[in-house]
Design a protein around this ligand. Structure first.
Ligand code: AP5
Length: 220
């Protein structure tokens, strides 16, 4: 199988985590999710977790130097040597430049930036209903993807930053600091856009078939 070095782009609540876990299973790629890494660091009470915590609670981005160091170290791990799916990184032009430089240093280049597009009003509805199973990490939605029988809804947890005021701040930060990456990757002919308002299965099918085509092109 060809090497796939991929990033998932999109606003909060676009479905990056939902799609990321399925795509990494499909293509055998490590799912490198910055938000999950920062939340794990916060739970573990590390210095990184303490620094990140106050930015995350406010819906602001963690400083570039902190995030870039964390991700470049993660991408040096053996399991990312033949491909990866980054979810939540890069989020600024400085992060995108750092990723490109690191890949170039190792004779690699990004295969594609997968943009999951969703309007703001859909984001607010999705994040207010999002719940996570702390035992498995499985993401649910109270209306769109409710937990099955056997999973106790009362045991599911809501993320601290899914309160409506914080979601609105996260959206504003996305439009100011991350949206410019759409033009950045489009200019480099790396952007693939997907309609994130479709069902999770439809979004998955569209991204999956694009990746199968890209893998075949890389192999040719
Ligand atoms: P992070 O954890 O990355 O959050 P995010 O990007 O805001 O994305 P989310 O995890 O909220 O949403 P998602 O797109 O994964 O959607 P999901 O699949 O869960 O980052 C958190 C914080 O960490 C940031 O605010 C920042 O402080 C910091 N941080 C992280 N990376 C950073 C970086 N690079 N630089 C600086 N700071 C950084 O789906 C959402 C809901 O919708 C779920 O309930 C799901 O069931 C439902 N759903 C999903 N798809 C569909 C669909 N197609 N139809 C209907 N419902 C759907």
């Amino acid at each position: 199988m060809a090497e796939l070095d991929l990033i998932l782009l999109g606003p909060p609540g676009a479905g990056k985590g939902t799609q990321g876990s399925q795509l990494t299973a499909d293509f055998g790629l490590p799912h490198v999710a910055t938000g999950d890494m920062l939340r794990a660091a916060r739970e573990a009470g590390t210095e990184l977790g303490r620094i990140a915590s106050r930015y995350m609670e406010a819906g602001e981005l963690v400083p570039d130097d902190v995030i870039i160091a964390m991700i470049l170290e993660r991408l040096a791990d053996d399991d990312a040597a033949d491909g990866f799916l980054l979810d939540g990184f890069p989020r600024t032009t400085q992060q995108a430049d750092a990723l490109a430089a690191q890949l170039a240093e190792h004779g690699r280049r990004l295969t594609a930036a997968l943009l999951i597009d969703v309007p703001d009003e859909v984001v607010i509805r999705r994040l207010s209903g999002r719940r996570i199973d702390p035992a498995t990490g499985r993401i649910y939605h109270l209306d769109f993807d409710p937990p099955p029988r056997g999973v106790d809804p009362a045991a599911l947890v809501q993320r601290d930053d899914d309160r409506e005021d914080t979601v609105r701040r996260r959206l504003a930060v996305y439009h100011e600091q991350t949206e410019p990456l759409i033009a950045y990757y489009d200019e480099r002919a790396l952007l693939a856009r997907f309609d994130g308002t479709l069902s999770p299965e439809e979004v998955h099918g569209h991204i999956r078939s694009t990746l199968v085509t890209l893998a075949l092109e890389e192999d040719a």
